[in-house]
Design a protein around this ligand. Structure first.
Ligand code: NAD
Ligand code: 89V
Length: 344
């Protein structure tokens, strides 16, 4: 794998897959040689837009005919298990969009199937690859605020996500499973794995099926306390979508990721503000450019991992811990905010 051009195929040519395809096209040393979608119109549109002529309506046929190093699964959650296991059995590496699985038990089975087949598996959990989150991670690693003891990771907006992703309005589980999963993953990546949590949820928008507000209080294994709060019912004077805002208190100072991608560092040396504006890739558009940049970053990471035989940061194994938090948050919310222990 060291030098050759990696051959990938993308399954699911919908709303978000367009970002994957743009990023793959920009990356060196990798080519998407085939596309698959059950919807003929979407398949055809993506094939034309990205100049890919090997088009399939079904993944089994594609895996039988194409010589691939990996598949990139960008379908919605209910199809993930079949597709992940099919790819593993065909002996090709797997990238799978979040949420990896509809339940933790299913996720364990899928990760085990890839491990048995000896194929690398990465969950496309891109939020921790956003430019401002990478800057926060560096600041923590450099210990500019000493030992962190408390954090808040917050995503509050009233942006209309339903028009781009209509299933979000009808799914029984909404904000924790779709968005909270990203914010919990950021909390894990900043503060480490979680020992226990409790959560509340509510639905403010009467036109949707699931919850659109969630607040999750966690104790991390290293003793850090964090609050993850998400809302799609918060009408602000300036909607920050899709920015994640972060507050971290440390023994020697504070970090604040503020609206406008500004990272404020306050410590004994004074107060400085760093501009963490993500790059605007040629195909990106406001306000999505931060997420689009993170798609490029995670896919670049996959290429590096595949070439060097390293486990991706958001491997299937790693993502089981994030999914455990999602399940625990729903469990806690359904049991009057009971504290739920997370298995190591
Ligand atoms: P979508 O419905 O727009 O697209 C999914 C596509 O997959 C459709 O075109 C559908 O025909 C196709 N498909 C479904 N099952 C298939 C199968 N078995 N074989 C072939 N094609 C199949 O969905 P979307 O909004 O693009 O979301 C896709 C996934 O991406 C979801 O899991 C969502 O949570 C995730 N997502 C992630 C981010 C992020 O920042 N990481 C952002 C948006 C969406
Ligand atoms: O990740 C997602 O599926 C998206 C968004 C980034 C908007 O939350 O719903």
């Amino acid at each position: 794998m060291a030098d050759k051009i990696l051959r990938g195929a993308l399954i699911g040519c919908g709303f978000f897959a367009q970002n994957h395809l743009h990023a793959w096209r920009d990356l060196e040393g990798v080519e998407i040689v085939a596309l698959c979608d059950a919807d003929a119109e979407r398949l055809d549109l993506s094939g034309k837009a990205f100049g890919i002529s090997h088009l399939y309506s079904d993944a089994a046929t594609m895996l039988a005919y194409e010589r691939l190093d990996f598949v990139d699964i960008a379908t919605t959650v209910n199809s993930h298990r079949v597709l992940v296991e099919m790819a593993a059995q065909a002996g090709v590496g797997v990238i799978c969009q979040k949420p990896f699985a509809a339940s933790l038990a299913e996720a364990h089975a899928m990760a085990a199937c890839c491990a048995r087949a000896g194929v690398p598996l990465m969950v496309h959990e891109n939020f921790r690859w956003q430019t401002p989150i990478l800057a926060l991670r560096s600041a923590l690693e450099e210990r500019v605020i000493g030992q962190a003891f408390w954090g808040r990771v917050s995503f509050r907006s009233a942006y209309d996500v339903y028009s781009g992703q209509p299933y979000l309005a009808t799914d029984e589980r909404f904000i924790i499973q779709d968005l909270g999963i990203h914010i919990l993953d950021i909390a894990r990546c900043l503060f480490g794995d979680v020992a226990q949590l409790s959560a509340t949820t509510r639905r403010v928008n009467p036109k949707i099926a699931g919850e659109d507000v969630a607040t999750i209080l966690s104790t991390h294994r290293n003793g850090i306390t964090s609050v993850v709060d998400c809302s799609y019912a918060t009408q602000l004077a300036q909607d920050p979508f899709p920015q994640t805002l972060v507050e971290i208190d440390g023994a020697e100072g504070t970090l604040r990721l503020l609206p406008g991608y500004r990272l404020q560092i306050h410590n004994q040396s004074g107060t400085t503000t760093i501009d963490c504006q993500p790059p605007l890739l040629p195909w990106a558009e406001y306000p999505w450019h931060n997420i689009q940049g993170s798609v490029f970053n995670i896919q670049q990471h996959w290429v590096e991992c595949l070439r060097q035989g390293h486990e991706p940061a958001t491997s299937g194994r790693d993502n089981l811990q994030t999914l455990a938090l999602v399940e625990a948050a729903y469990q806690s919310a359904s049991r009057q905010q009971a504290t739920i222990a997370i298995a190591p």
